[in-house]
Write a protein of this length. Structure first.
Length: 155
């Protein structure tokens, strides 16, 4: 009597593990390719939190609130409370350093420590908008407005 190898026609219908992984591999590659193609061909995409991806070298958001939500919030958090983890992200909430409008303008344009100069990817108007937003939210009450001219002079 000869021993039977488990296969599709054997009584226990067990399959060889190599056959299963080889059969699933093309489907996984197809699914990954379709997902990548869908993402790559979409103009501006949004995740479940509502963040958008800007095209090109500049951010597309115009309001200070939208810029904060899509550029700053990932590190400084939703309420400006900052975070510690893979790095140290200072709190913007109730931050006395924001009293001088020139300070956040300079940091956005030139970066500091681990923060990249994200203001280089914004127009003067966008930098002014996000600086004004942060200086009037999260427990900050610095109401003297930053202008695009102020930003241009710091650039």
């Amino acid at each position: 009597m000869t021993a039977m190898k488990p296969g599709p026609s054997s009584p226990n219908n067990a399959r060889h593990p190599t056959m299963i992984s080889q059969a699933k591999r093309p489907l996984g590659l197809l699914a990954a390719t379709l997902a990548l193609a869908t993402f790559a061909t979409s103009g501006a995409s949004a995740d479940s939190a509502g963040a958008t991806f800007s095209q090109g070298e500049k951010f597309t958001e115009q309001s200070g609130e939208a810029l904060y939500a899509n550029v700053c919030q990932a590190c400084h958090m939703d309420k400006g409370q900052g975070a510690v983890g893979a790095g140290h992200y200072p709190a913007l909430a109730k931050n006395e350093n924001l009293e001088s409008a020139g300070y956040p303008i300079y940091i956005l344009l030139h970066g500091q420590n681990g923060m990249p100069p994200v203001g280089q990817m914004m127009s003067d108007e966008q930098v002014a908008a996000v600086v004004n937003y942060v200086r009037t939210h999260f427990g900050n009450n610095y109401t003297d407005k930053v202008t695009a001219k102020d930003v241009a002079e710091t650039r």
